[in-house]
Design a protein around this ligand. Structure first.
Ligand SMILES: Cc1ncc(COP(=O)(O)O)c(C=O)c1O
Length: 366
């Protein structure tokens, strides 16, 4: 059967209005505070459909005070990066996975569908326009934030009749303040990030705003991030805004790299999938998507079967976990010299691909 054609904007209709006042590029900046000179906007409304994409000087949005994204959180976002290799070439890392995830989230948010390839070409042209902002460093990159908001100018919870898809860009260096330090996590079952039938597998802003309160409680307990548990058996689901991996000798005595399955609770991370695919290709140990509980982790720690734990995500890449505070106890997670060999190897293989040192069909040239 032929694929259904999605009514979408077309990259060929893109209009570019260049800024006449480009900003000086900062040397080092805190993440997400200084944006590049341009942004991409694409408007949609129910009667006329998608309008022509526009690249224009970066600026504020003008929204009606009743705008439905502000009242009912009908909005979503994505996060991906463009990397500059030693060969000066800019690359995206598996961008269609982000855009497919964005489409899935848009469907769940009752926002209109679009053609992901057309959107990628518009983003490519935005990055090309602001290419001088992509850092010349092997740890820096350009963060790309596609955002999709309902702009219905009326109260009343209903499917939006108008929406705005836009993309902004900012430079990014190292995500965590203490990069080399393994993360400290606080695990308390009184909070949960996601639940069966909910939107944990979608990248909606609402999932993140409500995680702030537990995040601050984690800090009060001397930890950097919340380790999200779920259910009576305290399943381990995600680590802050990262997917979670446990490298251990499992109950059957096998060396295993395990991460929770995509059952609706877990965000299908691009880095998660890449770690699964890389380690499966190595074929050196069992790689499994399976449920993991705190009691399984505690027994494994007691029996010295844990080799390491880490979080994975675009922002932080591969982040070792050093300890977990759980039920009043500080659980020490083994990691050698701040970084286990596995996390070092994964970081190297992934960055070599992202920065073009290892040729791979996972990258798309800008
Ligand atoms: C809750 C959550 N889990 C995992 C991830 C990691 O996903 P990715 O590897 O696509 O960045 C993110 C970041 O987007 C996230 O917000």
């Amino acid at each position: 059967m032929a694929d259904k054609i999605i009514p979408s904007f077309k990259a060929a209709d893109l209009v570019i209005e260049l800024s006449s006042t480009p900003k000086p590029k900062p040397d080092v900046i805190p993440f997400g505070t200084v944006f590049t000179d341009h942004m991409l906007t694409i408007e949609w409304n129910a009667s006329e459909g998608w309008q022509a994409p526009l690249i224009k000087p970066f600026g504020n949005l003008s929204l009606h005070p009743a705008t439905s994204s502000l009242h009912y959180a009908i909005q979503l976002y994505e996060g991906l990066k463009a990397y500059r290799g030693d060969d000066k070439q800019l690359r995206f890392f598996r961008p269609m996975l982000n855009l497919k995830r964005m489409s899935n989230t848009a469907k769940r948010a009752c926002l209109p569908a679009f053609d992901e390839s057309e959107f990628l070409e518009c983003i490519r042209q935005l990055v090309e326009t602001d290419k001088d902002w992509v850092p010349h460093s092997d740890s820096g990159s350009l963060y790309i934030r596609p955002t999709f908001i309902a702009t219905e100018p009326a109260l009343g919870l209903r499917k939006p009749g108008s929406a705005l898809l836009y993309v902004i860009l900012c430079q990014v260096g190292s995500y965590f303040k203490n990069k080399a330090e393994p993360l400290s996590m606080w695990a308390d079952p009184k909070y949960t990030r996601a639940w069966k039938g909910g939107t944990g597998d979608c990248k909606m802003g609402g999932n993140y705003g409500c995680s702030l309160f537990p995040q601050y409680e984690a800090e009060e307990h001397g930890c950097q991030q919340a380790l999200w548990l779920y259910g009576e058996d305290h399943q381990i689901t995600e680590a802050g805004t990262m997917n979670l991996f446990l490298h251990w000798i499992n109950e059957d005595g096998e060396e295993e790299l395990a991460t929770p399955p995509l059952d609706g609770l877990i965000l299908p991370g691009v880095t998660r999938l890449s770690v699964l695919e890389l380690t499966r290709k190595w074929g050196e140990f069992k790689v499994t998507e399976r449920y993991l509980t705190m009691s399984q982790l505690c027994s494994a720690l007691k029996q010295q079967r844990v080799k390491g734990m880490f979080g994975s995500g675009t922002a932080s890449m591969i982040c070792p976990i050093g300890h977990i505070v759980y039920q009043g106890e500080k659980l020490h997670i083994p990691c050698q010299d701040n970084n286990s060999l596995l996390t070092q190897r994964l970081t190297k293989e992934l960055t070599d691909i992202q920065y073009g040192c290892t040729p791979s069909d996972w990258t798309v040239l800008v």
